[in-house]
Design a protein around this ligand. Structure first.
Ligand SMILES: *[C@@H]1O[C@H](CO)[C@@H](O)[C@H](O)[C@H]1NC(C)=O
Ligand SMILES: *[C@@H]1O[C@H](CO)[C@@H](O)[C@H](O)[C@H]1NC(C)=O
Ligand SMILES: *[C@@H]1O[C@H](CO)[C@@H](O)[C@H](O)[C@H]1NC(C)=O
Ligand SMILES: *[C@@H]1O[C@H](CO)[C@@H](O)[C@H](O)[C@H]1NC(C)=O
Length: 731
């Protein structure tokens, strides 16, 4: 994910979601006693598949397009000959899109929230307390009601004394009020600054100061954090908070904030309702959002997203989700401060769908915060659409596989046959989609898995980081729904490429969205060129209506990675390396930054080597490092505690603690040999295999700042932290 990392969610939370999804799947669930159905399910399709073997035909999904300026191979979506910029005529800004959609769907359900019924705490055996919630059914506001509230908020904001020439920031978890405040600001042409909650204090202070935010909108949880850094937030005058049941007492404890006017959200609405202020609507090229995302290095950068960018992405993605409309229900729980979720909710708004809000910790019936015996968000909402990031889907997959493995015997066999049959159906003929067999397998194996997410999911959006092919297949099959994998960056307002629902292949990110062109530009130095065979390869460059205005207050960086061609089209240089398949679909294969040229001229693609070596049983994490002044590479390896300790125990290796074990020459040798073993099948060249390794005992977590929230390595930080270790390996 190019310049700003796809730091979508903080990983401990992701793990919890994954855990609870799979914990639910196999709870009290009898896979037994359905032998009859199984026999039918296996035999009938076997016979049928002999009779009806379908042939796959290749569908052209993108076609070459002429571009001006720099040489390169450019493609556009095959379905539309002209780039789309608006979902319909007149919806040229988010404000216009919102108003028109609210008018059109005025009586339909729009935003749904669950009311708290009981909050309770349970004490675990180790004395720790856990919050448990009993949440009610979804309470809905119609499009008409939401529109009124957004108008009231806009008026209230002005009445409150917010200077409309200054920016507003939203710093809150995803919820209905987020979207209402967001749209309210647009009615007064106010730019909204969004800050990703996991970025940390320094980043928060930097972002708010850099954009001179004067009104900060937050939830009560974030309000507590603000009290601590209050003295560093010089530009803030007003704070508006979303109320929760327990907000009051928190406010009194933070005397620090006396220089701020702190007002509850409901007060602002009341204020606005009493005295409407005439709207001052933005135009297409006005900045809607300054979105701060983590870079792999240094302070976060604010990407300036225009109204035109947001509506263009929404328009394009709407065409990719089949039959999208008012019957759809979307489960919203990813952070709205991330462009992927923001784009997804904009699509739902444009299409008149219902959006039900949930949270990562209350998603399923067995989620951490859900009181036993009560419903999680998905079963209460029964969504038809949801978004996910690869980290969640990977966990779900691992969890389901593990459970199946543990059950063993009949369950394992049944699952494995069902899985294989569905897989064959997807990859081979479309027989599986043809009815009977699919129905039977659904009843026998997959229905229970699906019910965890409410049972009605018909399409999943996935983005934020690359999704592995295996996981994509697994989720396709277990959830029975296609996954639309998106490729995009904050800089391209999420919109760049998107897989199409009828494309059964994996590992690719689809053709360009209809709002932009994608070109590949040769990178001779790195060995990727557009004349490569069998597929043209090169740096992925995105041009069109979704390409944003650049970085806030950073012209140098903007000019480095954004270019405008003779026809006025903006192009963003992603730094990702991709290849076009014959049908026009893009596959991301490498990262420009992660390729190093060794002393003798060989190129080492660090990411590729790491991915290969990660498959060793011993490796929890690994960073390969290549010094261009030497002819070999080295690696830092975080070993998996249990595995290494088990080996040491079996081999009778004496050690005091884990760090000590990591220093033992025998341990280093053992891990290095395991790397050699996996390097062979992965066809790594000799110079790609680390000649020396160093075992480091402590795991790399987002909290330690060594990996991004999406668990991608932060090479600069790792290099700095382990500079002595790295130097020693070259000594
Ligand atoms: C805030 O920004 C100003 C410039 O706009 C700068 O001089 C100052 O150091 C910044 N303060 C903090 C705390 O970042
Ligand atoms: C008030 O601010 C100071 C310094 O900014 C900080 O150390 C202190 O923790 C804050 N007090 C509260 C109650 O948050
Ligand atoms: C703060 O505490 C006072 C009493 O100490 C109470 O009257 C007031 O309502 C509290 N304020 C809030 C916002 O809860
Ligand atoms: C919206 O606000 C921006 C920044 O304050 C300003 O440059 C622009 O002219 C405004 N747009 C309209 C239509 O007033």
């Amino acid at each position: 994910m190019g310049e700003s990392e796809g730091s979508i969610l903080n990983s401990p939370t992701m793990e919890k979601i994954g855990d609870s999804v799979y914990a639910s799947i196999f709870k009290g669930h009898g896979l037994y006693g359905i032998m009859g159905a199984v026999v039918v399910a296996v035999l009938v399709p076997l016979v049928l598949s002999v009779i009806l073997v379908g042939k796959k035909k290749v569908k052209q999904r993108a076609v070459p397009v002429q571009i001006s300026g720099e040489a390169g191979l450019a493609m556009r979506n095959a379905r539309s000959s002209k780039l789309v910029d608006v979902p319909w005529e007149g919806a040229t800004t988010m404000a216009a899109l919102f108003e028109q959609s609210c008018k059109k769907h005025s009586r339909e359900r729009f935003l749904g929230t669950r009311k708290l019924i009981i909050r309770d705490f349970v004490t675990a055996s180790d004395g720790r307390k856990f919050e448990k919630l009993h949440l009610g059914e979804y309470q809905w506001e119609t499009y008409g009601q939401v529109f009124d509230r957004a108008c009231n908020f806009a008026s209230g904001l002005v009445k409150l004394g917010h200077d409309v020439d200054t920016r507003v920031a939203i710093f809150s978890e995803t919820r209905a009020e987020w979207l209402i405040a967001f749209q309210g600001c647009f009615r007064q042409n106010i730019s909204v600054v969004t800050i990703y909650a996991s970025l940390g204090e320094d980043a928060l202070i930097h972002s708010l100061n850099e954009t001179q935010v004067s009104t900060l909108i937050c939830d009560s949880k974030q309000l507590k954090k603000l009290a601590a850094v209050c003295s560093s937030l010089k530009t803030i005058k007003n704070v508006i908070y979303f109320e929760d049941d327990d907000t009051g007492s928190d406010l009194n404890s933070s005397k620090n904030m006396s220089t701020w006017t702190v007002t509850p959200f409901s007060e602002v609405l009341k204020l606005g309702k009493g005295s409407a202020v005439h709207p001052n609507l933005p135009i297409k090229k006005d900045i809607a959002v300054v979105m701060y995302t983590s870079g792999s290095t240094g302070l976060p950068k604010g990407v300036m997203i225009t109204h035109g960018n947001l509506v263009a992405t929404a328009a394009a993605v709407m065409t990719v989700i089949p039959k999208l409309g008012s019957n759809d229900v979307y489960l919203a729980y990813l952070p709205l401060a991330h462009v992927f979720e923001l784009a997804a909710e904009s699509v739902m708004l444009a299409a008149g769908c219902a959006i039900g809000y949930g949270s990562a910790l209350t998603l399923t019936d067995t989620s951490n915060k859900i009181m036993k015996g009560t419903k999680g968000d998905a079963s209460a909402l029964e969504p038809t659409l949801m978004a996910a990031v690869p980290a969640i889907l990977d966990r779900v997959r691992d969890g389901v596989s593990k459970k199946v493995e543990e059950k063993g015997g009949f369950v394992k066999k049944l699952f494995s046959i069902g899985y294989k049959r569905r897989l064959a159906a997807i990859e081979g003929s479309w027989l599986g989609a043809w009815g009977l067999e699919r129905l039977l397998w659904d009843v026998v194996v997959f229905k229970k898995i699906r019910s965890v997410l409410g049972g009605k999911i018909r399409f999943m959006l996935c983005g934020g980081a690359p999704l592995s092919g295996d996981t994509q297949r697994f989720i396709n099959i277990c959830m029975g729904a296609p996954i639309g994998q998106g490729y995009g960056l904050t800089e391209t307002c999420a919109g760049a490429a998107f897989t199409e629902w009828d494309d059964p292949s994996v590992g690719r990110v689809g053709p360009p969205l209809p709002c932009c062109n994608i070109k590949l530009v040769s990178w001779e130095e790195g060995g990727y060129t557009t004349s490569d065979k069998p597929n043209p390869r090169g740096e992925v460059v995105v041009g069109g209506f979704s390409v944003t205005a650049g970085y806030f207050n950073n012209e140098a960086k903007t000019n480095e990675v954004y270019k405008v061609d003779e026809k006025g089209m903006r192009w963003f240089y992603t730094g990702d390396i991709g290849q076009f398949h014959p049908d026009g679909c893009l596959e991301i294969i490498d990262r420009k930054k992660d390729i190093v040229k060794l002393q003798h001229g060989e190129y080492v693609s660090l990411g590729k080597v790491e991915a290969a070596l990660m498959t060793s049983n011993y490796v929890d994490n690994i960073m390969v490092y290549a010094d261009p002044f030497h002819n070999y590479c080295v690696a830092l390896v975080v070993p998996i505690h249990q595995v290494l300790e088990k080996w040491a125990k079996e081999g009778g290796i004496k050690y005091t603690d884990f760090p000590d074990l990591c220093d033992k020459a025998e341990a280093v040798k053992e891990v290095q040999q395991s790397l050699l073993k996996v390097a062979k099948p992965a066809k790594l060249e000799k110079f790609e295999i680390p000649a020396k390794i160093k075992l480091v005992p402590d795991a790399w977590t987002p909290e330690s700042g060594l990996v991004t929230a999406a668990l991608k390595l932060k090479r600069e930080q790792l290099k700095a932290k382990f500079k002595d270790e790295l130097r020693n390996m070259y000594a």
